[in-house]
Design a protein around this ligand. Structure first.
Ligand code: PLP
Ligand code: ZN
Length: 501
């Protein structure tokens, strides 16, 4: 739709004009730092940072009802820069000029309703929000679109001549970073560090395909992270892990989209998020809080953070009900099919602690909950979802396992509607489906396939046929007709098909 065709009261707001004044804010000492420099931790106390808009309070000059209509009308605008996460430009990056916005198709991911049989099995009404339908097939693209748009804005200003973007990854961060980095080639080069043998072949292929330099490091993700931190401390690199607060900002779009998908009434919504490094749940809590502050939503949804029992430091922290006595302790991870969340010492833990407190305080009651689920549950629920029309990855399965358990414990009540983050596409983690179907999970996973969920291809090779076609050697004439007839008969036999009269 053309600008002139929008309602007169919307026209002045369709293109963002709010002038942001963004700063890094330290969660330790509260100090403020300018965004002209790339900072990951507080130069004074080493704590993690969040980005804040000092002009944020001005957003309240526009009433909530008008914001809601602005975002709804922006959906109809055919302006590339505002198609993805920057539909919420005023909230995500009001200092990013529209010409600096990198849009590769991220955001606006579909909400897919659970069908009747799956709903009945879980005992709750729910949707998957398919963040696996982002360009690199995980939610990480939301954060990368934000971080790279910021870097792009800096390069356009001539602030930095050349950038090496670097990250440690459980697979998806590097895929996303390499993809967005390659869009800005040759000015931006990418390097990624992966734990050797701990990412799937698909995830390894992604940064290689995007032309990044890929390093495989012994150990697990937590070890890679330390190496990358050492690099960012001693060398000129742009760190793209979720320590980078620009990524958190971009990932807030997930919460904004849910609010908009629910026509801004999220009072009955339960948002279920799998947790690894805890950047995503940080962004989700913060997104809802900021929309609430601006009067765009009036109730905060319930949030359920889910971890695997094999990597559950956040869950363990909150087992202690008395906030004063809680003490964070990293855990040593064990093998997990939710491999992208196999993290024992989450970088964003201080952000989580800070935001959970604010979230519950603002809601006036406990609205954030945590649970841990067994590896077996994760796989069984993922496969159940996929047998009912979904493309959920193992982490989506983890979210669904968390919802089923919460429903059983009465933590999710009838009438509530859950939104499950399927954080990546099933195809990225198909190796675990294969292990399940072929019953060859190594012992450390503690997974025994359930026969009714297993599936294998069936080879059809009629024994009475002398000749079958082969690549480069097709059959013809009588041989070919016989092959087609006999093969069809065998397939029909396996399927118990009735003969047409
Ligand atoms: C990164 C990732 C997670 C974990 O998200 P955090 O922000 O690290 O908590 C979960 N699922 C997938 C598919 C991921 O790529
Ligand atoms: Zn500080």
């Amino acid at each position: 739709m053309q600008l002139n065709d929008f309602p007169a009261d919307i026209q002045p707001h369709l293109l963002p004009s709010h002038a942001g004044r963004m700063v890094y804010r330290c969660l330790g000492c509260g100090e403020e730092f300018g965004i002209e420099q790339l900072l990951y931790v507080c130069p004074e106390c080493r704590q993690v940072l969040l980005i804040e808009d000092l002009n944020g309070p001005r957003l309240k000059q526009i009433p909530g009802g008008l914001w809601r209509r602005i975002f709804d009308y922006r959906k109809m605008l055919t302006l590339t820069a505002l198609k993805g996460i920057y539909r919420y430009h005023e909230f995500i990056g009001p200092v990013i000029p529209l010409e600096a916005v990198i849009y590769l198709g991220e955001g606006h991911t579909p909400l897919v309703s659970a069908n009747g049989p799956l709903r009945d099995k879980v005992g709750a009404d729910f949707f998957f929000k398919n963040d696996g339908q982002n360009p690199s097939a995980s939610f990480k693209d939301r954060g990368m679109a934000s971080a790279f748009s910021y870097i792009h804005a800096m390069t356009l200003r001539g602030a930095v001549p050349e950038i090496l973007a670097i990250c440690a990854s459980t697979g998806d961060t590097s895929a996303a970073a390499a993809l967005y980095g390659s869009y800005l080639a040759p000015r931006i080069k990418s390097a990624v560090l992966l734990p050797h043998g701990k990412v799937t072949p698909q995830q390894l292929g992604q940064p290689l395909g995007s032309g990044a330099t890929v390093f495989e490091i012994p150990g697990v993700f937590d070890d890679c992270m330390k190496v990358v931190e050492a690099l960012s401390e001693h060398y000129h690199v742009a760190l793209l892990n979720s320590k980078n607060a620009w990524r958190i900002l971009g990932q807030e779009s997930y919460a904004y989209e849910i609010a908009q998908d629910f026509e801004y009434d999220v009072s009955r919504a339960v948002v279920v998020v799998p947790i690894g490094n805890a950047g995503n749940i940080t962004a989700v809590m913060r997104g809802f809080l900021r929309f609430h502050e601006a009067g765009i939503i009036t109730t905060l949804p319930k949030i359920l953070g889910v971890q695997s029992e094999h990597a559950d430091p956040v869950y363990r922290y909150y087992l202690e009900p008395d906030a004063a006595r809680r003490k964070f302790a990293p855990v040593t991870v064990r093998p997990s099919v939710a491999q992208a969340a196999m993290i024992g010492n989450p970088v964003s833990m201080p952000r989580v602690i800070h935001l959970v407190e604010r979230y519950n305080e603002t809601a006036g009651r406990q609205r954030v909950f945590f649970s841990a689920v067994a590896e077996q549950q994760i796989m069984d629920w993922q496969l159940a979802a996929n047998r009912n029309g979904h493309v959920a990855c193992t982490h989506g399965g983890e979210a669904l396992a968390g919802l089923a358990a919460a429903r059983q414990r009465g933590r999710v009540e009838p009438g509530e509607v859950a939104v499950l983050d399927s954080t990546a596409h099933a195809l990225k983690f198909s190796v675990f489906q294969e292990m399940y179907f072929e019953n060859r999970f190594p012992a450390g996973y503690d997974i025994t396939p359930r026969p009714e969920l297993m599936n294998r291809p069936i080879l059809i090779r009629p024994q009475d046929l002398a000749k079958v076609p082969a690549p480069g050697a097709p059959l013809a004439g009588e041989d070919f007709q016989r092959f087609v007839r006999r093969t069809a008969e065998e397939v029909a036999g396996r399927l118990n098909l009735k003969i047409r009269k």
